[in-house]
Design a protein around this ligand. Structure first.
Ligand code: MEV
Length: 313
């Protein structure tokens, strides 16, 4: 049996992060310019169930039996065994290579979760629908993020811009023409689980204020959906700035993220905001095509590295 290789993509939240955890809608977009590759090499002739996990980018290479019990690959193997009545999985080595920086709000864990599910399903000869891949990947995302809304694995599974409400099927969105986005990395790592937990704590301590902010984000996302579908870039930009201000009030921004947002706006971006969990990670800026190059140069001159330019359809 030859090796199996699957490619999955990154993601960004355009509107509605954090509020989406509490049942409000959010809009997410795929970032195909950032990819994860999951490769499975069958281990022929191994009598025992031997499973080897390799993530060279993170310097990990280990037998699954030596990894923690809650490891993502172990959980994936268990999911397949339980769901499909498999007694013993044929031996294999699984390798992950990713261009997506970890803990940066760009869907690194979701792309790994979806990639592992896709690769394992092919290895086991199962033809799964995207919906089923997404369901299984959501179970893996819970290991990383505790109580995720499911938006990350959904956009990474479907690879389309979408409107997402927790527990519901996504609605796909299509812009009338491509939008240009720049992703600027603060290079401050941020764990989604910690950021989500901090907002939860703040909501427990100050429910009226925090629920009001979450409601405001939810209301803004409804207006953003219309602007997205109409291709109203000016309105989308303004809404991004408002969404960032609401995220500041939720205390998930940082001065470093605000500085990136301000520089983007000063240099002509239509809008900019933190994306994903915040407290580090990336800022997403909406930029007219003719300004993309200038903005990239500006950010590079300010010392930012690994700026990603992507087009959203
Ligand atoms: C993370 O990309 C988005 C959050 O809203 C968490 C979640 O939806 O699971 C912060």
């Amino acid at each position: 049996m030859p090796a199996i290789a699957v490619h999955t993509i990154g993601k960004s939240i355009l509107f509605g992060e954090h509020a989406v955890v509490y049942g409000y809608p959010a809009i997410a977009v795929p970032i195909p310019d950032l990819q994860t590759t999951v490769t499975i090499f069958p281990l022929i002739g191994e009598k025992q169930e031997t499973i080897i996990y390799e993530a060279p980018d993170l310097g990990t290479a280990a037998n699954l039996s030596d990894l923690p019990a809650n490891h993502v690959l172990g959980k994936a193997v268990e999911l397949f065994k339980q769901a499909y009545g498999i007694q013993k999985i044929p031996s294999f080595r699984l390798k992950i290579n990713s261009q997506i920086p970890v803990a940066s709000g760009l869907g690194s864990s979701a792309s790994i979760s979806v990639g592992i599910i896709k690769a394992l399903s092919q290895f086991l000869g199962l033809k799964l629908s995207v919906q089923r891949i997404n369901e299984l990947a959501f179970e893996l995302e819970k290991l990383y993020h505790g109580t995720p809304s499911g938006i990350d694995n959904t956009v990474v599974s479907y690879e389309q811009s979408l409107w997402f409400t927790k527990g519901q099927e996504p609605e796909f969105l299509r812009a009338p023409f491509p939008f240009h986005l720049l992703l600027i990395n603060s290079s401050i790592p941020s764990l989604t689980a910690e950021s989500v937990a901090a907002v939860r704590k703040e909501r427990e301590n100050d429910p009226v204020r925090v629920n009001g902010l979450l409601q405001e984000i939810g209301d803004l996302v409804i207006i953003a959906k219309e602007a997205f579908s109409e291709g109203n870039l000016v309105e989308l930009g303004k809404l991004m700035v408002k969404n960032h201000a609401l995220l500041q009030k939720l205390h998930v921004s940082l001065p470093e993220l605000d500085a990136i947002v301000n520089l983007a706006l000063e240099k002509g971006a239509l809008g900019a905001k933190l994306c994903g969990a915040g407290r580090g990670g990336n800022v997403i800026a909406l930029v007219r095509e003719e300004k993309v190059h200038d903005l990239q140069q500006t950010f590079m001159a300010h010392g930012y590295q690994g700026i990603v330019h992507t087009k959203i359809q």
